[in-house]
Design a protein around this ligand. Structure first.
Ligand SMILES: Cc1ncc(COP(=O)(O)O)c(C=O)c1O
Length: 281
């Protein structure tokens, strides 16, 4: 596998990173995960905008935004990928020696990226997935796509070892989002999703779904979803770059809608599929 590291395309085993890179010492960095449709990077500008937000909030100085598309395209060529792909890019603050929490203002970031073919998720989108609810143990700046995501790793692992697809998180009595997805609920044909704040990531797929709702006169509300009112909703789904629009058919022990994806979810999936099938920017 050929990867990108600081302006070079190298075999993955040939990348050398100092253990004094602050990503290693402090998980000090930000990342983005994109994917292609029709081999074009989906919503690249939204991802760049979010990356800029993350880096600005973390005071990481990075100026290579205009190179990101070319890096992805080169990686695709060098790895002979002929299908749609996912693209991961991580910018760490760089090396600081000796180890101190504070950092110099002129530190040079380390940039790492790789691509891999998209894994087929049709079965889970068709059949829907079970999820578990978990307490949100993350920090108060979940709007930053930081690489410091151990709480998400821990609940993801719990979901994985319980044989379910995702852990959806709550703070007090409110659902925030999934460990790596945005969360939606449906009641009486209206779609609900957690409002944007420091408690959740500004999901790009979430944004696309809300745009599709607007264009197609589907009612939606960015409103908190209460844990103790979950059973008053008719349907649920989760969204994400690689998860796309995936129905939730079981929450903990509760089979939602008798364990079948709902009608409104199916309609959103259909609109999303038409949009991505025709994506050509
Ligand atoms: C915490 C969290 N929420 C939501 C999402 C979904 O965001 P997007 O649709 O931009 O992939 C992700 C994606 O990785 C995530 O990590």
């Amino acid at each position: 596998m050929i990867v990108y590291f600081n302006s070079k395309f190298l075999h993955k085993d040939d990348v050398k990173v100092s253990p004094f890179d602050r990503a290693y010492l402090f998980a000090d960095g930000a990342y983005e995960a994109l994917r292609s449709y029709n081999q074009k990077l989906f919503r690249l500008n939204s991802h760049l905008k979010r990356l800029k937000h993350s880096l600005t909030e973390l005071s990481i100085l990075f100026s290579g935004f205009n190179d990101i598309k070319t890096i992805a395209e080169e990686l695709v060529k060098k790895n002979n990928i002929n299908s749609d792909y996912s693209f991961y890019i991580q910018i760490s603050r760089g090396i600081s020696f000796p180890r101190t929490h504070h950092f110099a203002s002129d530190i040079t970031p380390n940039v790492f990226a790789f691509v891999k073919p998209i894994v087929d998720n049709r079965k889970q989108r068709e059949e829907g997935v079970p999820i578990i609810l978990e307490k949100d143990l993350r920090w108060l700046r979940c709007d930053i796509k930081s690489i410091s995501i151990l709480p998400a790793v821990m609940v993801s692992q719990k979901a994985f070892s319980s044989g379910v697809f995702e852990a959806v998180l709550y703070r007090d009595n409110f659902i925030t989002e999934g460990s790596h997805t945005s969360f939606f609920a449906v009641k009486n044909n209206t779609i609900y999703t957690t409002p944007l704040s420091n408690y959740i990531l500004d999901g790009i797929t979430r944004k696309v779904v809300l745009e599709l709702c607007k264009e197609n006169q589907i009612e939606y509300k960015e409103e908190n979803i209460k844990v103790d009112e979950l059973k008053t909703y008719d349907e649920f789904f989760i969204t994400g770059t690689t998860t796309e629009v995936t129905p939730v058919i079981k929450i903990d022990d509760w089979f939602v809608n008798n364990g079948k994806p709902g009608v409104v979810t199916r309609n959103i999936q259909k609109l999303f599929n038409i949009y991505t099938e025709n994506f050509n920017e």
